[in-house]
Structures are given as structure tokens and as C-alpha cells.
Design a protein around this ligand. Structure first.
Ligand code: SF4
Ligand code: SF4
Ligand code: SF4
Length: 776
């Protein structure tokens, strides 16, 4: 990812776009933050927010014509937040700035003609930027027509206090100044720039180009007049005769920015896209927000009292997007949102080894694409993380701990022990090809056997069988090379078998097949079953059964054909189907997708617990991994096939235990053995010597091994290594032995003691890291 790509990605996330109130405010006061502080009763903090962007808050806070309110999102629910009354309350209950920070003197001077709000703002901004400023006011007071406003609205003393603050900064004040064409020429010669405020009429012909209404014509962006170095503001917008106080102030500000750039001889127009009222791309969902009537002002003359102000500020919706963060526990966990994650990920890719926290951030996303579905801009955190993973693998920065177990699991599924590709018994060609996937084979091998005979019965005998893994773990882990190798092998076998149409029982396999073998036109087992009819074992087996909730796997999010078929099958089987809030397109991942469970087991546990708690009904999943993961939480969850082949599922399918990693391995190997022997009459190879080692493992230790992703096969390898002279040590205190072995990237330690014909296992742990031995 380069800087340009990063910008493009960041730009897709609109979370940092201004709220409507701020966008519409010509000065871009951070109204949302202001209201947050007000609602919390933090008066000084709220005042600070105003002081930051609002010139003369004591004045403007009382007289602003509040264009922000017209766009306030709360107005779409009931009535806009009373922003202007709240600003008034804030400046009433807080004190003005005591000290003003000025930049060092630049040795340049600007003349400001008039002292209405636009002139005062121009002077205020320029003096703080380090310019010498002189105000030329024809009247006897600073403030011009501000003095004409009703005292209730703007007490005279406030005008005095606020302008005194300006005087204290060192601005030179010239009252009763004669503004004539000659005087203007002198100013033009003496000063580096001149600002003319037109908030109040100044009877002088400055010799500048004018509008038909007799105002000085200025550039819309820079407020530059027709003569170099002269700027003007305080002019009602075209078509309006009513002066807008906040717009006047803003025009003074924009002119000050231009005068600064003009004097410094830099472009007056470059990088000024965000001045003045603007459109915002922000999205805020207001569905379900209850109406809350506007708090009436406590006193028509005094405005809100403190309590009422806090109440009214609390009506602010604190507009933001965060749709994806609300939907995804992973995004929520890292306490930010995709725009900022994009930057973190970009920064991490440029660090040599990568930062551990950022690596985990990249590897923990389940790639489920829920964020993309709910995001108004379709921001894909999945793509961002997946691309980052590919980059990390490509440059050798991916820590093995993230995905090693899943990659080894995939390799095992595709090894000679588990993989198989055959035409149906007695056939020399295949029109169809059943590919159940490694997860169903590992979780419920009996369902594979049954489904295969069902398919041959319904589709004719020319249904071939292929056992193995589709390569999803390598693809998810960003290991493009390994994923390509697996898919190329599958494709070669499919070609060799005469291009049969694949029938898939796993939606992750479906996603992979559609990616690498679209020409095969894969179809799901569920669509076939819905179309061809269910076997006797399923039909009405559960008539009158209570409702079940369907768990759609995240990889079937957009597969409406599959979703419908599954629901149809369930209804045919006698169930009534209830929909979870998070189903179909809005479904959530079970915590296994994208290898989340490998890279961040704690996160995966949090995700699955949340999923388990979404309904008191029994769940039915049609992905073996979703089923098994939910089973780990104790949530009653059956696999759809459990109700189609009830004999394979035990008396209560929803109580079927998660087989765990070791048994899954064993199941895959046994499935191949069984099918080869029963259907093709072939005998499989002898079991490896190490597999004959007998282990005694308590349930407690077994759970620990499962958490640490240590297989019984791994332990057998370590003990076999010991039997062949590998290192092992005795702990004299316990009498237990400790053995260590590193078959590949993973180092295993096993604590054991000989027991009968085998070994009692007390503990085992492992490190998934690449160890480079000295000298190598
Ligand atoms: S609800 Fe609050 S944040 Fe949203 S536009 Fe209105 S004032 Fe601004
Ligand atoms: S886990 Fe799913 S919803 Fe969350 S960021 Fe990743 S792809 Fe998006
Ligand atoms: S949904 Fe998420 S990624 Fe999309 S704009 Fe909102 S905060 Fe950004």
C-alpha cells in the first residue's frame, strides 16, 4: 500500500466528516463537542470549544443567526437542538479569555477599516498571526452597528469587554478616523495590506470595482478586491439584504487568511476547500431514535438556566457514523474505526517486523464483510486486512503464531492421509463431484458418507467424490502462494475427472470455488436437497418441533439461493424457522472465519459468546465450523445434516459436542479409510508407527491441549522422538518426564510418565515461532 492508496482507502470512511451543524456553520464551530461538554455540565470546557474557533464568543455567542440549526440532524426526528440558545447560555455562565497567544512579530502591518464584526474578526486573526494591526473606525466606539442591537440580546458592557480584549493585544485603535479616498491611498502606501469591513456603511469611494448594489466586489474565496493587497468583507451574500453576524465574522476570517498569504507571497487559493458552509458526507442512522421535545427557555429574556441548558444539550445526537463498529465486536474491541485502522495498518507495514498489537489487529479480522454490508460507503475492512496480510507474508513479516496451526491443518487435510479424488464406484467418469470440505469431514464424517450416497441416488451414479481442503486457510492467512498451490491441485484433479459439476456442503468452499474455479459452476448441497427432495430419514422427522433459529455463515451472506434452500429444508423437516436479527445479509461470523480464532482466540471467544446469546431458541447451522464453535459455548446448536441423518447425530443433535481439533484430524483420516474400503474395496496404508503410541489424557488436560491447539498426533510425535533418542528430562520432585521436539516451525514440550502400555499426559505446551539456530 502506498501513500496514495492509503489516502483513497481512508477517504472511503466518513466517520471523521463533520456533523451537519459544524459543516453548516461558516466558522465551523465544533458544535457536537460543544454540546457534549454542555450536556456533561462542563461549562468551561464547552467555552473552550467556542473560544477555539469563534471570534468574540461573548458577542457572537449571543447574536449568531445560527444557520447550523437548519441542518441539525435532530430536526429530522423532531426539532433541531437549540444551539444558539445554548451558546448564549455558555457565554453567560463563563468568563472570556484572559490571555491571548500571539505569534512573534512579523514586521508587517495591516490596516483594518471599520469595526463591525467582520473587521474585528480580521483584526483579531491578523494580530494573533503576528501582524501589526491598526483599526480605522469612523465612529466613536469599536463595534459599529453592534451598539444598535437590543440590550437584552447583547448587553452594551459585553461589547466593551470583548473589544477591550482586542485592545489589550496591542491593536492600534483610531476612532473618529476620517475615511476618504486620499486617506485610503495613504493607508495603501503605508501598510502591507488593507481590509475594508462593510458591515457598516462607510461613505467613501475607494476606487474599487463594485457590485450592482454598490458593495465592493470581491473574489468568493479569497475576498480580494479589484486592487492587489486590498480585501473586503462584511457583505450580505448575493440575494440577501439581511446581514448575517456569523457570515460577517467568517468573511473577516477568510480575508485575514488571504491577507496573510498575500503578504507572505504564497498562493491565496491553494488548499482552501473547507471554508464556509459545506456539504458533509457523514451518515448517521436515526432509525428508532425517540422524539424528545425541545427544552423551553427558562426565561424569554435571560435564556436558559444551567439545568435547562444541560437538558437541551442532551438532545444532541452526537452525530457520527460508526455503523461498522456497532456491528462488529472486533472493530469495537480496538476502540477506533476503519479510517484510523487504515493508517495504523499502513504504518505497521512500513516497520521492519511490525508491531505486535498492529499485527494482531490485521490478523484478527474474520474477513466476514459485515462492515462492508452495513457501511454507507461500503468500506471493506476485510480487504484492508487481507491485503495487509498478503503483504506481510510476501515480505516475510507474518508471525507464524498467527496462522501456522491452520496452515498445518490444511496441509494435513490435503495429505495422502485424508485427501481423495475418485469417480463413483464402478464408474469411469463423473458428471457431478461431491466436495464436502475438510470441516464437515472432520466434524461429522458420517454425514459425508450419507450425503454422498444420497447424491448418487438422486443425481445418478456418476457422482465423484473429492476429500480435502479448498485452500481457504491459506487464502485467509494472506499466503497467496500456498493458496494458489492448493487451488491449482484441485483444479488439476477436477480437470482430470472430466470437469464434473461440484456439489459443496460448505459456504467457505463455495466462496473459494467461485473464485478459482468459476467455470465449474459449483452448486450447494442445500440447493440440491431443496430441489431433489429430502430422504425419508428427514421428512417430518420433527413434526411439531418448536422453532429454531438459523445461523447463516458469513461466507453465505449474499447467497440468497442457499439461504432459502436451508429454510425450505428445515420447514420440510418439520421445524418452524425464526430469523435472528443478524441473519442472511446481516449475519455475523462465528469467530473462525479469516482465521480469527487462530490469531486471536480471546476475540473469537468473545464473538461466539455474543452470537450464542442472540436467541433463546435452539440454533441450526449449515456450516460445520459455526456449529462446532457454537457448541463450545454450551449453546444448543445442531448442524442441518444432523436432522437429515439423525442416526449419525445421537439422540439430541443440538447437544452434540464439539469434537475438538484432534478428533477432527482423526475423523478425516478415518473417513478416507472407511470410504476407500467400503465403496472402492481398497485397503489403506499401514498406520504410522507413532500413531500406535497409546496416550491417556484426562478431560482437563484435553481441554488445555485444545486451547493451545496441540493435537494428540503432535504428542505422539514428541514421544516417538523420545523413543528414538530425543531429549527428555526427569523432574525428580514429580517423577514426570519432560520432552521437547520441533518437527517444523512449532516447538512442543510434553510432560508425561509411562503408564501401562502407553503414557499418561500431564501437560503440553508449544511455541509457534521460527527459531534460527546460531550459525545457520
Ligand atoms: S444532533 Fe447534534 S451533532 Fe447532530 S447535527 Fe444536531 S447539533 Fe449537530
Ligand atoms: S470481522 Fe467482519 S465486520 Fe469485522 S472488520 Fe472484519 S470483515 Fe468487517
Ligand atoms: S461504517 Fe465504518 S467504515 Fe463505513 S464510514 Fe462508517 S465508520 Fe467508516
Amino acid at each position: 500500500m502506498d501513500q496514495k492508496e492509503l489516502r483513497e482507502i481512508e477517504n472511503r470512511c466518513i466517520q471523521e466528516e463533520p456533523a451537519w451543524c459544524m459543516a453548516e456553520c461558516p466558522l465551523h464551530v465544533d458544535v457536537r463537542l460543544f454540546l457534549k461538554k454542555m450536556a456533561e455540565g462542563k461549562w468551561d470546557a464547552a467555552r473552550k470549544v467556542l473560544d477555539k474557533t469563534m471570534p468574540f464568543p461573548g458577542i457572537l455567542g449571543r447574536i449568531c443567526d445560527h444557520p447550523c440549526e437548519k441542518k441539525c440532524k435532530r430536526g429530522e426526528v423532531d426539532a433541531p437542538v437549540a444551539i444558539s440558545e445554548l451558546e448564549r447560555a455558555c457565554v453567560t455562565f463563563t468568563a472570556s479569555l484572559k490571555k491571548v497567544m500571539l505569534l512573534p512579530d512579523r514586521g508587517k502591518r495591516v490596516a483594518v477599516i471599520g469595526s463591525g464584526l467582520s473587521s474585528l474578526t480580521a483584526a483579531w486573526d491578523l494580530i494573533r498571526k503576528g501582524y501589526g494591526v491598526a483599526i480605522f473606525e469612523p465612529g466613536s466606539y469599536l463595534g459599529g452597528s453592534l451598539w444598535n442591537l437590543p440590550h437584552d440580546l447583547l448587553p452594551k458592557q459585553i461589547i466593551g469587554d470583548e473589544t477591550a480584549l482586542l485592545q489589550n493585544t496591542g491593536v492600534r485603535i483610531n476612532l473618529k478616523a476620517a475615511i476618504t479616498p486620499e486617506r485610503f491611498e495613504e493607508m495603501y502606501a503605508d501598510f502591507d495590506a488593507v481590509y475594508i469591513g462593510q458591515d457598516n456603511e462607510i461613505a467613501c469611494d475607494f476606487g474599487l470595482a463594485q457590485t450592482p448594489s454598490g458593495r465592493i466586489r470581491t473574489d468568493d474565496v479569497t475576498r480580494a478586491a479589484s486592487r492587489k493587497g486590498v480585501f473586503a468583507g462584511g457583505i450580505p451574500e448575493d440575494g440577501s439584504t439581511r446581514p448575517s453576524p456569523v457570515l460577517n465574522a467568517a468573511q473577516g476570517r477568510w480575508a485575514a487568511t488571504s491577507a496573510d498569504r498575500y503578504i507572505q507571497n504564497v498562493s491565496m487559493t491553494a488548499a482552501r476547500p473547507h471554508e464556509g458552509p459545506m456539504k458533509t458526507r457523514l451518515y448517521t442512522d436515526i432509525t428508532g431514535i425517540p422524539p424528545l421535545p425541545r427544552t423551553p427557555v427558562s426565561d424569554p429574556e435571560e435564556g436558559y438556566d444551567k439545568e435547562a441548558a444541560i437538558g437541551e444539550a442532551g438532545r444532541c445526537l452526537q452525530c457520527e457514523c460508526m455503523e461498522c463498529v456497532k456491528a462488529c465486536p472486533y472493530l469495537e474491541h480496538y476502540k477506533s474505526y476503519p479510517k484510523s485502522y487504515a493508517r495504523q495498518i499502513y504504518n505497521n507495514l512500513s516497520i521492519v517486523k511490525g508491531d505486535r498489537k498492529a499485527n494482531t489487529l490485521i490478523n484478527s479480522c474474520s474477513l466476514c464483510r459485515l462492515c462492508e454490508t452495513v457501511c454507507p460507503e461500503s468500506f471493506s475492512m476485510a480487504d484492508l486486512c487481507h491485503n495487509a496480510r498478503q503483504e506481510m507474508v510476501r515480505v516475510g513479516k507474518m508471525p507464524p503464531s498467527a496462522h501456522e496451526f491452520a496452515l498445518l491443518d490444511m496441509a494435513f487435510s490435503n495429505s495422502d492421509k485424508c485427501a481423495l479424488a475418485r469417480h463413483a464406484p464402478g464408474e469411469s467418469g463423473s458428471a457431478w463431484l461431491f466436495f464436502p470440505g475438510c470441516q464437515l469431514s472432520g466434524s461429522a464424517p458420517g454425514h459425508v458418507t450419507q450425503s454422498y450416497s444420497y447424491l448418487r441416488e438422486k443425481l445418478g451414479n456418476r457422482v465423484g467424490l473429492m476429500l480435502g481442503c479448498c485452500g481457504a486457510p491459506a487464502h485467509w492467512g494472506g499466503d497467496a502462494k500456498r493458496a494458489d498451490a492448493v487451488t491449482a491441485q484441485l483444479k488439476a484433479q477436477w480437470t482430470k475427472m472430466g470437469h464434473p459439476r461440484p456439489v459443496l456442503a460448505c459456504s467457505s468452499c463455495m466462496e473459494m470455488f467461485r473464485k478459482f474455479l468459476p467455470e465449474a459452476d459449483p452448486v450447494s448441497l442445500w440447493e440440491i436437497m431443496a430441489r431433489e427432495g429430502l430422504p425419508e430419514t428427514a421428512l417430518n422427522a420433527r413434526a411439531g418441533a418448536s422453532a429454531v433459529a438459523v445461523i447463516d455463515p458469513c461466507t453465505a451472506r449474499h447467497d440468497t439461493g442457499v439461504q432459502e434452500s436451508v429454510r425450505h429444508i428445515l420447514r420440510e423437516t418439520g421445524f418452524s424457522v425464526a430469523e435472528l436479527d443478524h441473519s442472511r445479509e446481516m449475519t455475523e461470523c462465528c469467530g473462525f472465519g479469516g482465521l480469527m480464532a487462530n490469531a486471536n482466540p480471546d476475540m473469537a471467544r468473545e464473538v461466539i459468546r455474543r452470537r450464542a446469546g442472540q436467541s433463546p431458541l435452539d440454533y441450526v447451522a449449515y456450516c460445520a465450523v459455526c456449529r462446532d464453535h457454537l457448541a463450545t459455548t454450551g449453546k444448543r446448536t445442531a448442524h442441518l445434516l444432523d436432522y437429515i441423518w439423525p442416526d449419525e447425530a445421537g439422540p439430541d443433535p443440538a447437544e452434540r459436542k464439539n469434537p475438538g481439533y484432534s478428533l477432527r484430524h482423526e475423523n478425516r483420516a478415518r473417513l478416507r479409510e472407511k470410504l476407500l474400503s467400503e465403496l472402492w474395496g481398497e485397503k489403506t496404508e499401514e498406520t504410522d508407527a507413532c500413531e500406535k503410541i497409546v496416550l491417556h489424557i484426562s478431560d482437563e488436560v484435553r481441554d488445555r491441549l485444545e486451547d493451545r491447539r496441540i493435537l494428540t498426533g503432535d504428542i505422539q510425535k514428541v514421544l516417538f522422538h523420545v523413543q528414538n533418542g530425543g531429549a527428555h528430562f526427569k523432574n525428580p520432585k514429580t517423577g514426570h518426564w519432560l520432552a521437547v521436539h520441533r518437527p517444523l516451525n512449532v516447538t512442543f514440550w510434553v510432560e508425561y510418565a509411562p503408564s501401562g502400555q502407553g503414557f499418561e499426559i500431564y501437560n503440553a505446551y508449544c511455541h509457534r515461532m521460527i527459531i534460527v539456530e546460531e550459525g545457520k
